[in-house]
Design a binder for this molecule. Structure first.
Ligand code: SAH
Length: 488
């Protein structure tokens, strides 16, 4: 057992999902911030538990191969780019290994060669969206001052930040305009402890293809004092075309509330991926890295193998980005998504691109998809594309996908662990894992996106060449999937 402030030498073997280096000492697991795999460090214990401890690297004894001094002035205190201590090539190698390990260990696939990860030529200034928490700090003269920045790792302490190297150059002018507005208008930053105060977050999104920027203040209310004062400042920032409010009155960690109030100019940003044009509401999900999104969607399109005769489902479709990419090459595309504003965008996006063969439905994919199939048994599915959030596909959805027996499933994933879990289930029921292509959408962070192709080989259990070892207790119970019939 360790004690607080004890200094322990440790070699870092792995990295956690939230970016801490993982090492072992005397049977204990240490989660060490500011340390990366390959480092040997002297770690200071910050919190000791029964089987593990949280620690911070105080001194590097032997640096990992590829260790660099981060360029960012707030690296180490900001929770954002956990891999900024590694050269980009080493970051890519780590992500490749993460995907391979998940596919092998969680998925049980022993003979699948994961394709080499596709990285960026210029892994900086790639993000099209920034979200900055707003809070209060004691200024030099002892008076309370508004602060804008990023959260420190594992906390809601705001690290004041004027500039983020991962966002587009020029975003800092928006932050200074908001800071000035807060000081002069008297609009109070929100206080997470008490639930009082008004301004919670500043959200900004830029369409890289058009240059348009929309700013959205997340507020604990329905109006702000002197809105025209803020707009006068903001509209002088090159690219800014609109300002809106998002209403979030809940005491919650979730950033956005469910109401949008347009104030000035446009309430959505226009962007293009390839030759498809999109309108994007601040409420809708949109991939943050346009360069790599094109790579990801091109891969999904290639894996879908469309000839023009197929009925395709795009589940978790957001604003219809993948759906519309596919609609150009398919007979019919159905998109399903839970956020109503995103579906409004999707319908509008189909219209502005002149695509009449895409239909969109609002609701939970696991509810809406089975319901639509039940109402219209002849609807069919030649190809199903899924792009779920980190928790992966709902088991009810996997059951419906298996029942629809499409020839191909394209799985776009932002979490290789839940991806591997779901692949194991699908491959136990007649699909073969053909391709796994990692794509680096988030340079600097531990996250990695993958695009996967599954082909249907039979309606029965997987053939012998897919070496599976499905255990009952793995994430989902197969018996539940099969409606109560135990199988293992
Ligand atoms: N394919 C889109 C969006 C992917 S992100 C793109 O590439 O832009 C995942 C999406 O799933 C988000 O838009 C989120 O709102 C949506 N979502 C989350 N849970 C869902 C559910 N149960 N059913 C349908 N959509 C869901």
């Amino acid at each position: 057992m360790f004690s607080k402030n004890q200094i322990v030498p440790v070699t870092i073997e792995d990295i956690s999902d939230t970016g801490e280096g993982i090492g072992h000492v005397d049977g204990f697991t240490l989660f060490v911030s500011r340390a990366v795999p390959g480092d040997t460090v002297r770690a200071r214990i910050l919190k000791a538990k029964k089987t593990y401890a949280i620690a911070k690297a105080e001194e590097i004894i032997t640096p990992a191969p590829g260790r660099v001094t981060p360029e960012c002035p707030v690296a180490g205190s900001c929770g954002g780019c956990q891999l900024s201590y590694l050269a980009y090539e080493s970051q890519l190698a780590l992500k490749q290994k993460k995907v391979e390990d998940c596919i092998r260990r969680i998925g049980g696939f022993t003979d699948i060669a994961v394709q080499p990860i596709i990285g960026m030529d210029e892994p900086r200034a790639y993000r099209n969206k920034g979200q900055f928490p707003v809070g209060t700090a004691v200024g030099k003269g002892g008076a309370a001052e508004p602060v804008l920045g990023f959260y420190a790792g594992h906390s809601h302490r705001i690290v004041p930040t004027a500039l983020c190297g991962m966002l587009w150059p020029g975003h800092e002018e928006i932050l200074s305009a908001v800071r000035e507005y807060l000081t002069e208008s008297g609009a109070k930053p929100y206080d997470e402890e008490t639930g009082r105060g008004l301004v919670r977050h500043v959200l900004m999104r830029k369409g890289f293809a058009t240059g348009e920027i929309v700013v959205c203040l997340v507020v604990n209310g329905t109006k702000i004092p002197k809105p025209e004062f803020l707009w006068e400042h903001l509209k002088t920032v090159p690219g800014v075309v609109g300002l809106c409010l998002n209403v979030n009155r809940e005491k919650t960690n979730v950033i956005l509330g469910d109401r949008l109030i347009p104030l000035f100019g446009k309430a959505s940003v226009t962007d293009c991926i390839g030759d498809v044009r999109f309108e994007i509401s601040p409420m809708s999900f949109y991939q943050v890295n346009p360069v790599q999104t094109k790579v990801l969607y091109d891969t999904a399109l290639a894996y879908a193998g469309l000839t023009g005769n197929e009925t395709v489902w795009d589940l978790y479709c957001g604003i219809g980005t993948i759906s519309l990419f596919l609609a150009k090459a398919a007979k019919k595309v159905y998109g399903v998504e839970i956020v109503p504003e995103a579906i409004e965008n999707a319908k509008e996006n189909a219209r502005i691109n002149g695509l009449t063969n895409a239909e969109f439905y609002v609701g939970a994919a696991e509810e809406v998809f089975p319901q639509l199939v039940k109402e219209n048994p002849a609807i069919g599915a030649d190809v199903i594309v899924v792009d779920p959030p980190r928790k992966g596909c709902d088991e009810k959805l996997l059951t419906t996908m298996l029942a629809m027996a499409p020839s191909r499933i394209v799985y776009v994933s932002c979490d290789p662990a839940t991806l591997a879990r779901d692949l194991k289930i699908l491959c136990a029921e007649g699909y073969r894992l053909e391709r796994v292509q990692p794509v680096d959408q988030f340079p600097g962070s531990v996250h990695v996106e993958s695009c996967v192709l599954l082909e249907r080989v039979s309606n029965r259990k997987a053939d012998s060449y897919v070496k599976l070892n499905v255990k009952m207790a793995d994430y989902y119970r197969i018996k539940d999937l099969k409606g109560g019939e135990a199988d293992g």
